[in-house]
Design a protein around this ligand. Structure first.
Ligand SMILES: C[S@@+](CC[C@H](N)C(=O)[O-])C[C@H]1O[C@@H](n2cnc3c(N)ncnc32)[C@H](O)[C@@H]1O
Length: 283
């Protein structure tokens, strides 16, 4: 079998097993099996695979067909144009979370923001993307999971921002050493009952997904505490799940009645980001 045939084989078997984006995923897994990049693959499609590479490819395809996400199989995921290592200790960063990063960069470009805290940093996708794009800002990145923080530290070094991010292990805002100008968080927001309903989610750490009965336990907790760790005129930027905007904006309005709230939708039209600017007259 040559590379062209292997590519068709991989794509076909994934499509037959109802894997979304079978064409792209087939290519990713073939490239991973061969240890080559896209250019190398397409430059030499007629080269034969050795039996050992064929065997490796078959094993990777089997894992994917059994529901394991390709990011865990390859150990990589691109986010905000950067390459992140991922393993089963961290959530695989989602494209919709790029909206949060975009909003944070916009805020930092238009307001005085010198310190940012990324709460629940996981693989460090948000913190590292902000550090790369906002070179003047100090960033705290916290997570309750030590194995997740080890992955985040690796990604921080790999993307050349090791001197710019302070990693903190602990519960929510508790380890933050000082108030910040922006608290950004993509916390777990999946309803407990939905966790087992989706096969893909079952490969990801429950700690990164489980938001309790209605999915909002962690986010509510953060909203209630954020005022104590925010500087005056500071911002909160939260990722939320489908259908959660009203509950979160009601809560924030109740806690911070004179603050300015905005909700923004992602590319799929789902309300995805809630932002709040804390005013001087806080409660
Ligand atoms: C949905 S994942 C988001 C990961 C990453 N920020 C991203 O956007 O890809 C939520 C993260 O919050 C962390 N987490 C869960 N409970 C926490 C808590 N009580 N305090 C701090 N972090 C927590 C999890 O370990 C996980 O890494």
């Amino acid at each position: 079998m040559n590379r062209r045939q292997a590519l068709a084989f991989a794509r076909g078997i994934l499509a037959d097993n109802n894997i979304d984006d079978a064409s792209l995923e087939g290519e990713i897994l073939l490239r991973h099996a061969l240890g080559i990049d896209r250019v190398q693959l397409y430059a030499d499609l007629d080269r034969d695979l050795t039996p050992s590479y064929e065997k490796t490819l078959s094993k990777l395809l089997e894992r994917r067909i059994n529901g394991e996400p390709s990011a865990y199989i390859t150990g990589h995921r691109e986010f905000y144009g950067l390459d992140f290592r991922v393993d089963r200790n961290v959530l695989i960063p989602r494209p919709e979370t790029e909206l949060l990063v975009e909003k944070a960069i916009h805020l930092a470009e238009n307001h005085t923001i010198t310190r940012i805290a990324d709460i629940g940093t996981g693989c460090g996708a948000i913190a590292v993307s902000l550090a790369v794009n906002l070179p003047e800002v100090t960033i705290y990145a916290s997570d309750v999971s030590k194995p997740a923080l080890a992955v985040a530290r690796y990604n921080c070094k790999k993307n050349g921002v090791a001197d710019r991010i302070v990693f903190l292990n602990g519960d929510m805002l508790e380890p933050l050493p000082e108030p910040v100008d922006l608290i950004i968080a993509n916390l777990p927001y999946v309803r407990e009952a939905d966790l087992t309903a989706n096969g893909t989610l079952s490969f990801e750490p429950p700690l990164a997904l489980n938001g309790g009965e209605d999915g909002l336990d962690r986010i509510r907790f953060l909203c209630r505490q954020a005022g104590t760790k925010l500087r005056d005129n500071g911002f909160i930027l939260l990722e939320i799940g489908q259908g959660q905007a009203e509950a979160i904006t009601d809560l924030l309005q109740e806690i911070y009645p004179s603050s300015r709230l905005e909700v923004e939708s992602d590319l799929a039209g789902i309300e995805r980001a809630v932002s709040l600017r804390l005013t001087l007259s806080r409660i």
